[in-house]
Design a protein around this ligand. Structure first.
Ligand code: NAD
Length: 496
């Protein structure tokens, strides 16, 4: 762990297991509540001292820009490490773990250089008053991230929190701490003062929950499951923390009858299969018009046959493993339940065969047809490479099915008539809607969920708002005492 500028080890360790081979990748410290307390104390001390928050935004931006340079230089190495601990195929990891952290950090640095931390307030009255409206850092922020994209998701939180002058304690997922620890090393080297950024490891229900309940933590930014998100709202209520939540999803991918099938078939695969479906904003419900259903499914299955499953370190691999055995059993369980409830498996449906798959946590990309939106597989987040195909007969019906979910993170619409596709997009209750593509995660577009997919937004021009408090500082300018508001309640004028 990295606490107050020092590397901290523990006797008890986590074993980090390569999900493709079940080999030991590394051991990592296993933090406790005591470590979380040390980290929060360091963050609080540095926040109060002003050692970071009192730097000019330009000075903070220069330091964070230097971090982007290093992330760029070390990109290939960090990507490889991420693949070893998380199993994300290198091909994909290049985009998400190598390019995204750099692009996101640069975006936040540019945002910081132009950010209006203070602006003149309007002159109002009578009684005459002027003032300034400021954005100030909140204090100690806890960032809690999951295992699927550990470095990029840490960057989404840590860089905006630091850019705006906060001190941070990042809790990594138990299975994937490497990227965050490397980030700590580089933030320190670039000049972030000791104690401003800390990384603790530890079990979610123990160290994570302790951080969320901690009285000196003023803000929690969490990415993970909806169940834990609910718990965080409850635990964070102890001192009414500010909370940002990025939670689960059940993305509806709506193909309209004029869609370009060449694009839409590959797009549907990209939507549900990226990182073996271990993505919150995956397109897991494919809504097809009855008129296109059979042709679309046939083409989908044909394309899936050419996808290569295997060693995630091989750049030719399209599909990697799931994170661990628990997740594999969970995903296989969802496929079984879907079959029991009447769905048909038209592709995949189990564990792949062959020597290559004798170790590791594999599930074949799986396509289920005859799914109805009330089935478990269409309602719950599977977090595996499982696509549920649902038929519809009118656009109104498609919109109704798309919105018939407690989630609202992502959706997609495919159609050549852009006006119509956009209109359908506007009718879907989701934080991100993509027209003729999927996984369009861009730093300049806010990301977050409607309904039980979250609270608040990350990325976009408003990203810093989640890490700042607004202060209205007003200056009384009213020269006539009788015009002051308090003249109304005080019975006589003060002595001259
Ligand atoms: P999870 O909720 O179990 O764990 C996420 C993190 O929270 C881990 O670091 C874990 O240690 C910690 N944690 C667990 N219990 C906690 C508690 N009581 N208090 C505080 N922290 C706790 O999630 P997971 O299964 O590891 O990750 C997959 C989930 O993350 C999926 O539901 C997925 O949709 C979601 N996710 C969402 C987004 C998004 O941006 N919306 C992105 C990626 C993943």
């Amino acid at each position: 762990m990295f606490i107050d500028g020092e590397w901290v080890d523990t006797e008890e360790k986590y074993s980090l297991i390569n999900p493709a081979t079940e080999e030991l990748v590394a051991t990592a410290a296993k933090g406790s509540r005591k470590h979380a307390d040390f980290a929060v104390a360091a963050a609080k001390r540095t926040f109060e001292s002003g050692v970071w928050r009192d730097l000019t935004p330009a000075a903070r931006a220069d330091i964070l820009d230097a971090v982007a340079d290093v992330l760029q230089r070390r990109g290939a190495e960090l990507t490889r490490l991420g693949t070893l601990e998380g199993g994300c195929p290198l091909k994909l990891s290049n985009a998400f773990n190598e390019q995204q952290p750099v692009a996101m950090t640069r975006y936040f640095v540019n945002l910081l250089r132009g950010y209006e931390f203070e602006r003149p307030g309007p002159v109002v009255g009578p009684p005459l008053a002027g003032g300034v409206i400021r954005r100030e850092p909140i204090g100690v922020c806890a960032a809690i991230v999951p295992w699927n994209f550990p470095l990029p998701l840490a960057i989404w939180k840590v860089i905006p929190a630091l850019a705006t002058g906060n001190s941070v304690v990042l809790k990594t997922d138990e299975k994937t701490p490497i990227g965050a620890l490397e980030l700590a090393k580089e933030l320190q080297a670039a000049g972030v003062p000791d104690g401003v950024f800390n990384v603790v490891t530890g079990d979610g229900g123990d160290v994570g929950a302790h951080l969320v309940a901690h009285r000196d933590v003023r803000k929690v930014s969490f990415t993970g499951s909806t169940d834990v998100g609910r718990q965080i709202v409850r635990d964070g209520a102890l001192n009414l923390k500010k909370v940002t939540l990025e939670l689960g999803g059940k993305g509806a991918n709506v193909v309209l009858d004029d869609a370009d099938l060449r694009l839409a078939v590959d797009g549907a695969i990209w939507g549900f299969m990226m990182h073996s479906g271990q993505a919150c904003e995956a397109g897991t419900r494919l809504l097809l018009p009855s008129s296109l259903h059979d042709e679309f499914v046939a083409r989908l299955v044909e394309r899936l046959r050419s996808q290569v499953m295997g060693d995630p370190l091989d750049v030719g691999t399209d599909v990697g493993p799931l994170i661990n055995a628990t997740q594999r059993e969970r995903v296989l369980g969802y496929i079984d339940t879907a079959k029991e409830q009447g769905a048909k498996v038209v592709f995949g449906g189990g564990m792949p065969r062959g020597d290559l798959f004798s170790k590791g946590f594999w599930v074949e990309p799986t396509v289920l047809t005859d799914v109805t939106n009330d089935m478990t597989v269409a309602r719950e987040e599977v977090f595996g490479p499982v696509l549920s195909v649902i038929r519809y007969d009118s656009i109104d019906e498609a919109v109704k099915i798309a919105n018939d979910t407690e989630y609202g993170l992502s959706a997609g619409v495919w159609g050549r008539d852009l006006t119509r596709a956009i209109e359908v997009g506007h009718r879907i209750d989701a934080g991100s809607v993509w027209i003729n593509d999927w996984h369009m995660i861009n730093a300049a577009y806010p990301f977050g969920g409607y309904k039980q997919s979250g609270q608040g937004r990350e990325l976009g021009a408003g990203a810093f708002d989640e890490y700042t408090e607004q202060k209205s500082l007003q200056i009384a300018l009213e020269p006539k005492l009788e015009n002051r508001a308090y003249a109304l309640v005080l019975s006589s004028s003060p002595a001259e």
